[in-house]
Design a protein around this ligand. Sequence first.
Ligand SMILES: [Zn+2]
Length: 690
Amino acid sequence: MKNDEISVKTTIFQQYRFGNYFQKQPMRSLLVLAVVCGFMFQTTAQVKKTMTSRAPLRPNPYHELPLGAIKPHGWLKEMLLRQKTGSTGQLDKLYEPVMGARNGWRGGDGDQWERGPYWIDGLLPLAYILNDKELIAKTKPWIEWTLNSQQPDGYFGPSKDYGPERGLQRDNSRDWWPKMVMLKVLKQYYSATGDERVIQLMTNYFRYQLKELPNKPLGHWSFWATYRGGDNLMIVYWLYHITGDAFLLDLAEIIHKQTFDYTSAFLKREMLATKGSIHCVNLAQGFKEPLIYYQHHPEQKYLNAVNIGFADLRKFNGMAHGLYGGDETLHGNNPTQGSEFCSAVEMMFSLESMLEITGQVSFADHLEKIAFNALPAQATDDFMYRQYFQQANQVMATHTIRNFETNHHGTDVCYGLLTGYPCCTANMHQGWPKFTQNCWYGTQDGGLAALVYSPSEVNTTVDGTGVRVVEETNYPFGENIKFTFTLGKKASFPFHLRIPAWCKKASIRINGALWKEVDCNQIVPIEREWKSGDVVELALPMHIFRNTWYENSVSIERGPLTYGLKIGEEMKLVKNPRPEGYGGDSFYEVRPATPWNYGLIRTDDDKLQERFKVEVRGKANSYPWNLENAPVVIKTKAKRIPSWQLYNDMAGPLPYSMTYQMEAAEKEEEIELVPYGCTRLRVSEFPVVE
Ligand SMILES: [Zn+2]
């Protein structure tokens, strides 16, 4: 390839508008397609606003499609609609003192730190994915104020000194950190609208950073920016792809040098093996930094560092929900340690970013693990309340000080708007919208890729023609995924499918005929000429498997889902006795209504499928994430362990699963396991008894 611009055949705006039309006017679309396609093909080359890869940056194997090109269906759409009617759609009213008109990012005299940008970082993609006028209107005052806030020296955003709060030094008016969040917001806004003011603002701001950073480095005001510089760096590279301004590469080097050195920390291995060594959200965000930088410096050590980092994170701190003990600093793998909501959504965003850059299957597997397990469990069904920390073994979610590194007056595991600390109240909204946006990608070889699975559709332009692919599936509960193609005219391009590592043997059918049986842990490109009506069916057979965790406990898993003990849940709204402190006026506590202290009966591998009986309860409901609607349950035999009791409103010390003659009840009982994401209380890492 040449050293200049490499077009990847994707036109942001034409594609988006065309896609919308296609969706709304299916009957007339074929006629229109015939007329429009030739025009589309030409504009792809002519229009400046193409997604491009520009040397010397390495062309990534996958690239994001314009915001709005991917639409959720089925349960995924229901999640986004619940966000709209829940807290995402009304945080300005629910949390008015911070998110209302007085917020500094709307020109007011109020909060000017991360929380406003955090909220918009989730609200904006939600608004444009749903194409919801009301939600788009809510983002406008933030976007417009921000775009108009630029000062002659290039700085943008609020610039009032807000005192020595939050660990910040004085004269913090130009703290680098909150701007990093707003840069991510603006990138998405540009993807949806093509508003050129974004490019100008970023160019001016990055010139300002280039000038200022040598004297006021990322850590000048707070350590947050030092640990989260990867988010800044990724936008610098994104802008370079668009403008090709050489100074951006100089700035990128400065930002990389001033950012905490995750590459060395992962390679040296001490940090992730040491409790308290790093803040859990810094780690979730920082994980991507080596691979963001890899785009300009494609050296193997950056890939190695991240992969070693993930293996160590799993080994020393990992839990069955896909995240790690971090409450708030790193805190080992005891399943009663907490995992912060911000860790879930930030780790998801990091995995999405790394997937695009590498196409590595394990990043997509890990992303699904978090999205389908930890994420739905940490918010209420109406997306109004959430936990600050969740526990992999969580048998009581009550108002009590627990063995966390940080407690907020004991409110951290209660479900509320403001329980724990308010960062999650603001930051949790990005999870599902960005997940939706990352179900589909354009490929470097000019095709389409479905790398993360959920009911959805994509509308885009490939090989010069409009393409719509509808993905119908009960995934992650069901094993089959059906893709139906509609095209303006026949077109040849590769269609990439991911085969997860947990799947032993997958099969792909095209128009009813078996095309190929394929092994796990790879991405399979299907190269052919596509036409309207083509159907690809991917079967990913799911079997029961186990993983081993803290004290040799085991998790029961099937496909991307971890299963937890179904525990009766009694939810009660309680008043906060210290509303002036942390937690808000009131919140929900959850108490167990049925026993939880079960051990699984030791089972050999060859008996696993027969001892754990899977019951599929029909099609996934529009909202599958609660006990009532759980689309799949697993039944098995277990014994209670009388000595395993509550301690401090938590499951007491986990019995060690190699204990000779561990005391357990004589009687076997049948227990029901449900998908982790359907639970508010659960045991997901079980002791094993004879
Ligand atoms: Zn948080």
